[in-house]
Write a protein that binds this ligand. Sequence first.
Ligand code: HEC
Ligand code: HEC
Ligand code: HEC
Length: 103
Amino acid sequence: MKKIAILITLLAVVAFIGSAMAVPPGKTIEYAGGAMGKVTFNGKTHADAGNKCTDCHPKLFQMKKGSFKMSAADHTPDKYCGTCHNGEKAFAQKGNCANCHKK
Ligand code: HEC
Ligand code: HEC
Ligand code: HEC
């Protein structure tokens, strides 16, 4: 019994580490993106571009897939992706729809 308990604990720890690293180094998250087509957020390209976890968490996004909803009107430099995608820190949203939205 004790061995099984230890094994379960180990599995839980491994699963937790796996999910804690889920997005940034390696994983992607997909959003429906309405009529413009789906949006894929890539954790690796964002880490490679020098963004730190705290640049995004927890102020802009929770560490939970689907915790935010970004309407067309939310594509402003003070919200969500636009905080960086403002034409300074990263490519602007305006005029670059297809950089994020793929049909
Ligand atoms: C450029 C912004 C950005 C950076 C940097 C970033 N994340 Fe995230 N992260 C996101 C977004 C966006 C989501 C999805 C949130 C949502 O859908 O509500 C997310 C989701 C997550 C999730 C939840 C994954 C899931 O499947 O539910 C975890 C865990 C996470 N991030 C951990 C990290 C860690 C650890 C780091 C640093 C190594 C990091 N993030 C860096 C933007 C970022
Ligand atoms: C903390 C700043 C930051 C936030 C927030 C952020 N990005 Fe980025 N993003 C960057 C930087 C820096 C780059 C690389 C420079 C560039 O491409 O302009 C980048 C590049 C990208 C790219 C091109 C590389 C690739 O992965 O295909 C896409 C697409 C992208 N971001 C989508 C998003 C989406 C979607 C969100 C919101 C869920 C988001 N970003 C939020 C900083 C950010
Ligand atoms: C930096 C990445 C990025 C760029 C650039 C971008 N978007 Fe988005 N867009 C998103 C994300 C993320 C969502 C949220 C998807 C979701 O919540 O399902 C979204 C959602 C949308 C939606 C759906 C809103 C809804 O209520 O379902 C529309 C419409 C939209 N974008 C239009 C545009 C247009 C038009 C442009 C170009 C002017 C643009 N987007 C550029 C990331 C981006």
